[in-house]
Structure formats: C-alpha cells, structure tokens
Ligand binder design. Structure first.
Ligand code: PLP
Length: 492
C-alpha cells in the first residue's frame, strides 16, 4: 500500500509515495498536505460475513493489514491483540460487556421502523474515544522505534482529551518520552488529576503560566527551530496522524457488523465532530465498501463543518470567534483532517486541493457551492459521499442529557449529547442510526450537574483521582527555558 499527499502535483504523486511505516512517525507531508492511501482497499461481502464473528482485536488486524502492508502479519496481529483487550478498555457501563471493546446499545426502536443505537468508544483509560486510536499508536511507535533502535520525544499542548490520551498510550513505552504542556490551573480538576497523577519517568507534565494559546505558541516556536527539533528527536501525535485515522476505521466496521445480520441492511452514523478525524475514518470505511447510508457530522456552536455541509462554503473562524462551550473537545474553528475529504471530493486532484487550502490561509476559506464567483461546484457531489450535518447548542445539550436519562436510563456526556440531538433529526425508517459515544459523562461533570442535579457516575478506580499525588512542573511561557528543560531531560 502506497501513500500520497493530498497536495501532490499529478506528476509527483508516483515518485513521492511512501509506505505505512514511513509516515507513521511523521505529521504533514513535505508539501504541507496530508497522507492518504493511493487508493482505498476494498472489502467484499464474503469478508464482511466472515468478520461479523471476529473479536475486536482480530477485526482490527484484518483491517489494518490492508493499510500497513509493510508490517509483517504476525507482528501486526501481536500489536492489535496487545492493544484491544478488556483490561485496557475496562470502563464499560453496567450491563455492557468490556470484552466487546466498543459495545453497542439499542436506545430506541420507533414504530415507523427507525432505530437509534449508541456505540461506546470511551471505555479506555482516559474515558474518551481518542484512546481507541492512541493506544494502538503507542504500541506501533514502540514497535517501530525498537526496530530502528531510535528514540522519539513527543511534544505537544493540550487543553484536555488529546494530551491525556497520548500520555496514557505512551507511558512506560521504550524509546518514547512525552512532554505535554497545559495551561496552569485552567483544566478541570478531573482532567488535571488524570494527567498529573501519572508517575512514569517518561511522562513530563508542564503547566504553563498562561492560557492554552500560550502553550500552543510555545509548541510552534520550539518546533520551528528545526536544528533543535532534529537534535532532540521531537515529534507530535496530533489528529492528522494517519495511523490514528486508520485505527478509527475499525470501529465503524465493528458497529456496522454488530448492528446487522446481513450486508444488505443499512446503517448510518452520527459523529460528534471537531477536527474531522473521527468522521473522516467513517468516510474511509464507506469508501472501502462498508454499506454506510449516511455520515452525519454533529457540531456544537462552533459550526464550521455544519455550515459547509449545508452550503458548500468552508469558512474557518479566528480564535476570537471560537466559542468556549460545554462540549469543549469540539471547540474547533479549523478542521485539520477536512483536507482528506476535500481531496476525494475534488476527484483526488492534488493541485486543486493545494489551491483550496492555500486559499484557507490567505482568504479564510473557500466556496464550492457553484454560485457565481465560487471556487468550484463540487458541493453537489457531497450527497454521493453520504454526508449530512447538524448543530447543537448548550441548551440542546442540557435537554438531551435529561431526555436520555429519562427515556433510556443512562447518563451521557456533552459531546455525545450533541450527537444524539443531531441524530434524532436524521432518523430514517429502515436504517439503523448509530451515534458514536465520544466520552463518558464523568469527564464533564459540571454540565451533568447542571442538567440532572446530580453527579455523573465515575467508573471504578476513578473515585478519588483528585486525591492522588501529582507530578508536574510549572513554567513561564519562555521558549528558551522550555528548550533547556527538554534538553536536560532527554540527555540528547
Ligand atoms: C476529540 C473529540 C471530539 C472530536 O473529534 P474529531 O476527531 O476532532 O472530530 C469529540 N468528542 C470528544 C469527547 C473528543 O475528545
């Protein structure tokens, strides 16, 4: 399997292609594009039938095998078997089986033939769906680095979910250190405790005296010093990482196969969306031939994606126009994986894709509506790819959390609430709608208290997490001090 950049000129595509292991540890392609397979591997009906019975780990192996063709089969099987275990994904709700990894629950069967289901993706160590991919990434990184006898120092900034998922995936891994910046005293007590209670010697929590943007700016400044970056072997694990996207493809197959008994049955997915990483994996599953009817992107008040799927206009927002909401992991004004879908939408034309995303930098967006003066008319093709969208507000979240507690007896988190609100608007008779549950309620307890007047239940082991000893350093937003700190701790 060869990979190409979404911005590769037609003439360059063949010569610059790379394999899975070549792009695993990197971020963007050198031309600034994102990596995608040169063509999507296809699945047959016979494969789907056979896969229906597989465990999650075995299914992950079958799917990853199609993308990571340069990893020996036995090694890949060992990596997926080690990652997708009921011990790692142990935080299932009562009545759900941890061994299923992403258990599916029927919420409602309507009289008119509609079905609404919830697929739990948040049973991993940090109680959010990012563990689904990040845990695999940790094992893949360790495997690759050991083979190359190399080291990697992951450097990033977080306001919550991504940083903790990365730390829990990389803790104790050979050849890897994590330097994670977060805004000092700005995260919730639960999130802070989750990260700072890690005592592993390869995890460095750095609380920056400032806001998230200050931490983010530090990461950019350090990463722009290319000699330092090379010498200190600095890398990232952000959401454009291809291995993260492909690991997420697996649970769309699992959801479809668990919800159906034969491949002529139709399933749609609603996905609480921010950076478009999760739903991009759904798009890839559909392109591989998984019979997905609709892919519905649910946004919060930060509705860049909903606007595009309604109008064909992609208009990114400035930081000042990005709202802080009660579904904070979707407070995103520029969807970093969106370029992967646009590349397919414009017929895999790298020159077009490059021009459109350069226009995002210079003019803040592009317009594919086909109206006079637009940059193209490909918006009319969107329906062919099954995409729909909807938006949910704070009020909607509170109402949905209450409704779901009353109607189905379970407490959902704020991001999942955005998903259920939008899913309900997109139900169709004869089509099962699966909402992806992207976090557990315990992580966003403040809003649960507002909605229900009581605390969200915490999974076993998380009861007193705030009381555990914490390991972190506090630093000013000073780039030189940061570099010195990293160098002192890597010894490189
Ligand atoms: C990251 C995240 C999202 C958004 O996922 P994207 O891949 O960025 O679209 C939604 N919900 C939760 C809880 C998250 O952590």
């Amino acid at each position: 399997m060869q990979y190409v950049s979404t911005r590769a000129a037609a003439s360059a595509a063949a010569s610059s292609s790379q394999q899975f292991s070549d792009i695993l540890l990197g971020g963007l392609a050198v031309d600034g594009g994102l990596f995608l397979p040169a063509s999507y591997p296809q699945v047959t009906g016979a494969e789907l039938d056979a896969w229906r019975q597989l465990s999650y780990a075995d299914l992950a192996y079958e799917i990853l095998k199609k993308f990571a063709t340069d990893i020996p089969d036995a090694d890949l099987r060992a990596l997926t078997a080690k990652t997708y275990t009921k011990e790692v994904y142990k935080n299932a709700r009562k009545g759900e089986k941890a061994s299923q990894i992403t258990p599916l629950r029927m919420l409602e069967e309507g009289e008119n033939g509609t079905k609404l289901m919830l697929q739990a993706l948040s049973n991993g160590p940090t109680l959010a769906f990012k563990d689904m991919a990040m845990q695999l990434l940790g094992n893949l990184f360790e495997y690759t680095l050991t083979k190359q006898n190399a080291q990697l120092n992951i450097f990033g900034a977080t306001s919550g979910d991504t940083g903790s998922a990365a730390e829990y995936a990389m803790r104790g891994k050979k050849g890897i250190r994590v330097f994670m910046l977060s805004p000092h005293k700005k995260m919730s007590a639960f999130q802070t405790a989750q990260m700072f209670s890690l005592q592993d010697p390869n995890i460095f929590n750095i609380a920056i005296e400032g806001v998230f943007d200050d931490a983010q700016d530090m990461v950019k400044a350090v990463s722009n010093d290319l000699p330092f970056k090379a010498q200190q072997k600095i890398g990232t694990v952000n959401s454009i990482n291809w291995a993260r996207v492909v690991a997420q493809v697996v649970y769309y197959f699992r959801g479809y196969l668990s919800a159906t008994t034969s491949n002529d049955q139709k399933v749609s997915f609603t996905v609480p969306s921010g950076n478009f990483g999760n739903i991009c994996a759904g798009h890839i599953a559909r392109m591989m031939g998984l019979p997905i009817a609709k892919l519905v992107a649910a946004t919060n008040e930060n509705d860049v994606l909903d606007e595009f799927f309604r109008t064909g206009v992609y208009r990114v927002r400035k930081s000042a126009e990005t709202y802080h909401t009660s579904s904070p992991s979707m407070d995103i004004s520029k969807a970093s994986n969106f370029e992967r879908f646009i590349y397919d939408l414009v017929g895999r034309d790298g020159d077009r894709t490059r021009a459109l995303f350069q226009k995002v930098e210079t003019h803040g967006g592009f317009d594919l509506s086909g109206k006079p003066g637009a940059d193209g008319d490909e918006f009319k093709q969107v329906v062919k790819y099954g995409f729909k969208s909807g938006k949910s507000t704070h009020e909607d979240r509170l109402n949905t959390i209450r409704d779901v507690a009353d109607d189905y007896g379970i407490v959902i988190d704020t991001h999942t609430a955005d998903g259920i609100k939008v899913a309900r608007e997109n139900l169709e008779p004869g089509v099962t709608m699966i909402v992806l549950e992207t976090a557990l309620a315990a992580k966003f307890n403040e809003t649960i208290l507002d909605a229900l007047g009581e605390d969200a239940e915490r999974p076993e082991g998380f009861e007193n997490i705030e009381d555990l000893p914490q390991k972190f350093v506090v630093m000013p937003p000073d780039v030189e001090k940061m570099k010195a700190y990293i160098a002192a701790n890597t010894g490189l």
